[in-house]
Design a binder for this molecule. Structure first.
Ligand code: FES
Ligand code: FES
Length: 163
């Protein structure tokens, strides 16, 4: 099936099998390996991306469902030489160990902070509980998100690496 969508600000067109997942298309067809795959059945959250501004598990989406959508992956958030401020907050807090969960946490935090910039009334551990960090780095991850919210009461700036 032919499918066209925007990926990190750039139009892409793919010819995929109906059963191909977005996670496999991103990693296999498009070479964007920042989207990680863990359980492949919607439990671990590793494969989280933004679809039309909302977090989605790319292992549970078929690529053919993405026609006309806007998809942002961790590669769209920033570059090594131009990190998004939320990535910088994770860096500053050492909020990663192996880093396998980091793209998913950054994108999930981005969505949360976009709708709740001050985190007022937000049960942050509960909100982030959909992503499993096997290194158990939760406290520094939550600290990075909290500090970011204090420093950016207006909410996070848009992704920094859209073409
Ligand atoms: S790989 Fe998608 S939720 Fe685990
Ligand atoms: S830092 Fe290793 S899985 Fe979270």
């Amino acid at each position: 099936m032919l499918v066209g969508f925007k990926l990190n600000g750039r139009k892409v067109e793919l010819d995929v099998e109906p059963r191909t997942t977005l996670a496999d298309s991103l990693r296999g067809d498009l070479g964007l390996t920042g989207t990680h795959i863990g359980c492949e059945h919607g439990v671990c959250g590793m494969c989280t991306v933004l679809v039309n501004g909302t977090t989605a598990r790319s292992c549970l989406l078929f690529t053919c469902q993405l026609e006309g959508a806007e998809v942002v992956t961790i590669e769209g958030m920033g570059r090594e030489d131009n990190l998004h401020p939320l990535q910088q907050a994770f860096h500053d807090h050492y909020a990663l160990q192996c880093g396998f969960c980091t793209p998913a946490f950054v994108l999930s935090a981005y969505e949360l902070l976009s709708t709740h910039p001050s985190l007022e009334g937000v049960d942050l551990p509960a909100e982030m509980s959909g992503i499993i960090c096997r290194c158990t780095g939760y406290s520094s991850i939550l600290a990075a998100i909290k500090d970011f919210a204090e420093a950016h009461p207006e909410g996070p700036p848009p992704p920094a690496n859209l073409s």
